[in-house]
Design a binder for this molecule. Structure first.
Ligand code: SF4
Length: 267
């Protein structure tokens, strides 16, 4: 999805776009401004399709809508949902003291950007709020890595900024529905210090983006590339285009890079 420029001149950004921007600004340019697609393997396509069906099923279920047509296509889906509900019944028990909404969307204006999040499920109580996110990969990723991911940081940040809850009253839980032998969860709590750090990092990243955008649109100066030493290029589908790997697969990082041509970004 290309970042959308709203009529009010705001650019809409998601957590996924922030992750790519932080990983490598040139990659962000290639995908969202040059609109160069990244190839997806059949396995990845299947995984994405399965994830979409699972999210739809959980949304329908939460809203009390029929799920039969979704389950008919994939009976295993129902087994994962049943395992999840059986393992954590407290999460799925509704009461009239909490507000619950699946696929809850929020936006927040930050500088010239409209930051957008979609919570798989938001549960708001009198004194606390939980963001729930379904993950359809089997094993929990390293929790430190996930804590730094913009999904965790942006989701918590925006809820704090758009509600009356204190940061300490908000948490985010990832549910790894395919973990074996049973589903697992990983919860991140939040506090004022993390909130301020996220604000600073967002401000820095979006100031950089504004500068890169202006230079790209006015003078066609490309966005900076991630340093070769970060070792992110060999896995990237733009490695040949970026001259970080030869057409034949030769790693150009083994050659002396032309530093005059490569404007690197400190991460
Ligand atoms: S090859 Fe490297 S520099 Fe080019 S877009 Fe990918 S990560 Fe960035």
């Amino acid at each position: 999805m290309k970042p959308t420029v709203e009529s009010s001149n705001l650019t809409r950004l998601s957590q996924g776009q922030l992750n790519i921007l932080e990983t490598c600004p040139r990659k962000f340019q290639h995908i969202y401004f040059d609109q160069l697609g990244t190839p997806i393997s059949p396995e990845q396509q299947e995984h994405l399709a399965w994830g979409s069906r699972f999210h739809l099923l959980m949304q329908q279920r939460e809203l009390g809508l029929p799920v039969e047509s979704i389950i008919e296509e994939d009976i295993q889906l129902q087994q994962w949902v049943t395992a999840l509900v059986n393992e954590f019944p407290e999460v799925f028990t509704k009461d009239d003291k909490t507000f619950r909404e699946p696929e809850h969307c929020r936006t927040f204006k930050f500088k010239n950007y409209l930051l957008t999040v979609i919570y798989d499920l938001l549960i708001e109580g009198e004194k606390s709020a939980q963001i729930l996110d379904w993950k359809t990969y089997a094993q929990p990723k390293n929790s430190h890595w996930l804590a730094k991911d913009w999904q965790t940081r942006l989701y918590l940040y925006i809820l704090t900024e758009t509600s009356d809850y204190l940061p300490e009253e908000i948490s985010m839980t990832y549910w790894f529905v395919k973990s074996q032998p049973r589903p697992q969860s990983l919860t991140f709590t939040y506090d004022r210090r993390q909130h301020e750090k996220t604000q600073q990092d967002l401000s820095k990243l979006l100031n950089q983006l504004t500068g890169w955008l202006q230079r790209y649109e006015s003078d066609r100066i490309p966005f900076p590339q991630v340093p070769v030493s970060a070792n992110r290029c060999l896995e990237c589908s733009f490695a040949v285009r970026c001259q970080r790997i030869g057409e034949t697969g030769t790693n150009s990082s083994q050659l002396v890079p032309n530093l005059a041509d490569i404007e690197e970004v400190s991460l």
